[in-house]
Design a protein around this ligand. Structure first.
Ligand SMILES: NC(=O)c1ccc[n+]([C@@H]2O[C@H](COP(=O)([O-])OP(=O)(O)OC[C@H]3O[C@@H](n4cnc5c(N)ncnc54)[C@H](OP(=O)(O)O)[C@@H]3O)[C@@H](O)[C@H]2O)c1
Length: 183
């Protein structure tokens, strides 16, 4: 944290995220200690909010309990790679909603190339006159995610920001939610 504050030239950050639990399943004693220390950083005013990334629904549930046990806040942000084939991380998003945590979806474009190339997405893009990327980001916003973009291109950033200018219909949202799902 101290090194980040020095590099950023700021006395505090808005959000400080744990990149992920130390293993693919469960919350270890090390994770517990990390979250306790992150809680201390928040109390010291070095970060306004805490978050966690790369978690399963099982780990997120455990982390919420651990946060309470070590006297730290639960995550305000949950940042996950968001795959269409998992219903766009449906279970983790539901747990976030239930606990008032904001879900940040990343790799929305790069993790879902096959689904984005599907006839369903193509037809929605043609009908709305929007690009495939815009349809995906707009979908993400309408289902309650904060979509993260990995672009380094000013033109793509403008394209992404134009997602605030249109709406998808409930039928389009339902169709995108089903893309890549079995059955
Ligand atoms: N928490 C974690 O573990 C973790 C891991 C990975 C990434 N992230 C974060 O997630 C965010 C998204 O990362 P990502 O790279 O996986 O994202 P992404 O948005 O899925 O993909 C970005 C790639 O798609 C291309 N692209 C084409 N059209 C685009 C458009 N209209 N808008 C945006 N990109 C377009 C970009 O090229 P151009 O540059 O040419 O636009 C870039 O190569 C980043 O902020 C990153 O820091 C977090």
């Amino acid at each position: 944290m101290d090194s980040s504050l020095q590099h950023l030239g700021t006395p505090y950050v808005d959000s400080f995220l744990l990149h992920g639990p130390s293993a693919g399943t469960g919350i270890s004693d090390d994770d517990r200690e990390v979250w306790r220390a992150m809680g201390e950083l928040q109390r010291a005013g070095k970060t306004r909010l805490l978050g966690v990334s790369n978690v399963s629904v099982e780990q997120l549930g455990l982390l919420i309990d651990v946060a309470g046990a070590v006297g730290a806040a639960k995550p305000s942000f949950v940042q996950n790679r968001c795959y269409a084939r998992t219903g766009w991380d449906r279970e983790v998003r539901a747990l976030c909603r239930a606990h008032g945590m904001a879900y940040q979806g990343f790799s929305l474009l790069t993790a879902n190339r096959t689904e984005i190339a599907s006839p369903e997405l193509g037809s929605i893009a043609r009908r709305t006159g929007r690009t495939l990327s815009q349809v995906v980001f707009r979908f993400a916003m309408q289902v309650g995610m904060i979509p993260l973009t990995g672009t380094s291109s000013p033109a793509h950033m403008r394209e992404d920001l134009a997602c605030f200018e249109f709406d998808l219909s409930p039928a389009d949202i339902a169709s995108i939610e089903r893309v890549g799902q079995p059955g």
